[in-house]
Design a protein around this ligand. Structure first.
Ligand code: 21W
Length: 200
């Protein structure tokens, strides 16, 4: 799966190079491209935002800069998602749905938002990660990449996915490993008939 991310803060995405997702990128199971929106500023001061028509606090990212950044990526058959607090709240069904796509384009807003006209032109879907206010769409984009990547074939074991389906992704049970006694607490007796092991 290919994921293009349009952002003003590409450095924030360095953490994706860690752990399971980092391995998946190294192994070419997912390809993550970061596009710095600021690179498409037409201004000698690299300005990308301006004050809102009608007044109000904060700044709005200009439509032409976003549009040019978007058009710099080949988007035939891509699904474009705008991370926004007004979007539909992300859940595991959406994760499964998006994991079937070949190409995702993620647009991260910041400040007060993005000019509505370019959103109307390029965005297929608007997603929020929950009802609380963040400073931008970068952390939400990383949440989406992490959750969706797990469902890309080869990223995690089929077994883990199956176990998740079995437990409905919600019901969990307490887990234990060595040592057998920790702070005077024993591992539950029922689990001690066999050594800690992988399933089957
Ligand atoms: C926060 C952007 C508040 C805009 C009209 C006039 C992306 C997010 C974000 C942010 C506003 C997500 C306004 C959960 C989040 C995100 C930054 C409000 C002000 N509108 N999921 N003035 N929470 N947040 N706009 O904050 O970009 S996904």
């Amino acid at each position: 799966m290919k994921i293009d991310i349009l952002t003003l803060f590409p450095e924030m995405f360095l953490s994706l190079k860690q752990s399971i997702i980092g391995k998946a990128i190294e192994n070419n199971l997912i390809e993550v491209n970061l596009i710095n929106i600021r690179d498409f500023s037409k201004d000698k001061h690299k300005k990308v935002d301006d004050t809102p028509y009608g007044g109000g606090a904060g700044m709005v990212i200009m439509p032409d800069v976003i549009y040019d950044a978007f058009n710099s990526i080949k988007t035939k058959n891509a699904k474009t998602i705008y991370l926004s607090p007004q979007g539909k709240v992300f859940n595991q069904n959406k994760v499964k749905e998006l994991s079937k796509e070949n190409h995702l384009v993620l647009l991260c807003g910041h400040y007060e938002g993005v000019d509505q006209r370019v959103l109307d032109e390029i965005v297929d879907e608007e997603i929020s990660i929950g009802d609380y206010i963040l400073t931008g769409g970068e952390l939400p984009a990383m949440v989406l990449v992490d959750a969706v990547s797990r469902y890309v074939k080869g990223v995690i074991s089929e077994e883990s996915i199956k176990e998740e389906t079995f437990s409905n992704g919600l019901l969990e049970y307490p887990q234990y490993t060595r040592p057998e006694v920790f702070l005077n607490k024993q591992v539950p007796q029922v689990l001690k008939s066999r050594k800690p092991q992988r399933n089957c």
